[in-house]
Design a protein around this ligand. Structure first.
Ligand SMILES: [Cu+2]
Length: 119
């Protein structure tokens, strides 16, 4: 179990550092500017979202990464749904309009978070 965790973490780190991941928030390679590449990372760990509250501006993204050995989702009723994320998988949400978005893991109703989007 430990070994698998380490491999998962290593893969994830690789993806985060090198932008080589399959999840692909680095879909805009070199041309992207600081204006739209600010990425907030929310880790799903110990069945919580960490951090559970993030602030972004319109056009910025939030990257959800499952660091747990169990599956989670990040599901906001009207805005986005990651679907099932397993260990090491990620989902990227791009904020397109201002407002506060509450989201939950559909498997763990007590696992909640918010994204505050401003202009
Ligand atoms: Cu969960």
């Amino acid at each position: 179990m430990t070994k698998i965790s380490l491999i998962g973490a290593a893969l994830c780190s690789c993806a985060l550092l090198a932008g080589c991941g399959a999840g692909g928030y680095a879909t805009k390679p070199a041309a992207a500017t600081s204006a739209d590449t600010a990425v907030k990372i929310v880790e799903m760990t110990d069945s919580t979202f960490a951090p559970s509250a993030v602030r972004v501006k319109v056009g910025e993204t939030v990257s959800f990464v499952d660091k747990d050995e169990i599956a989670h989702t990040a599901t906001a009723e009207k805005s986005f749904d990651s679907g099932t994320l397993r260990e090491g998988e990620r989902f990227v949400f791009k904020a397109t309009e201002p407002g506060t978005i509450g989201y939950v893991c559909i498997f763990h109703p007590g696992m909640t978070g918010t994204i505050d989007v401003s202009n």
